[in-house]
Design a protein around this ligand. Sequence first.
Ligand SMILES: [Zn+2]
Length: 262
Amino acid sequence: MSEPRLLVVVAHPDDETFGCGSLLLHAADHGWRTSVCCATRGEAGEPAAGRGITRDALPQARERELRDAARLLGVEHVVLLDHRDSGMAGDPEPGALVAVTLEELATQIQAELERLRPQVVVTLDGSDGHRDHAHVKDATIRAVEQTSWHVDRLYLQCLPRSLLQRWADHRRTIDPDSPYLDVEAAELGTPDDRITTTIDTSPWLARRWEAIALHRSQRSPYDDLPEELASGFLTCEHLRQLRPPPTDTRAQLDPFAHRPAI
Ligand SMILES: [Zn+2]
């Protein structure tokens, strides 16, 4: 019997770990073969202070971190789409991800769907205010709609609004200039009632922290969080099933514990 396959589509190195690290570990532990498709090398990220990584060396460092973290997370394939990180704001540079049309990006993701043939596809909900995340989300949805390969289920990995508002309250006290706080608090995250599926990923917490630490060029968003708030992000996956539309209780089932027929 061949194993089912999961594809996680993200914008930057670290999204796979900071966003979906526990999900990837959980799926691999349940016998799924997992892949990560990453649109950029995170060129516009801020090199973490005191770690000896220059801005010029950042793309290579971040690609290496992505590959190392993916290995730790049990990921079988890492695919880079070779666009440039657009950064949070301002005019995008040539080659920036947001300058790539939705059609073109969707076509590139579609090609990976048809090559890797995943039963389940997950991308970030794009609700944290980063324009690259939103663009990748829209292109992934488009790709699943137009591909000839049948994706059994498409999910958004969500940051629940209630949790993100607690995070924003904390962030304001320690980093009031964070660009992530420019998003209106009422618009942060995914409304909790749109989340269809929650998965307890607490067994993978230690490995998730190891993968987070491998992204040493970046400051992790969890590093300076109180433990109770960090565990809200790191010990439970919140998914929103988009395809098929969640009309029944099937949407609430853990897709990795209930394998699709393949
Ligand atoms: Zn990102």
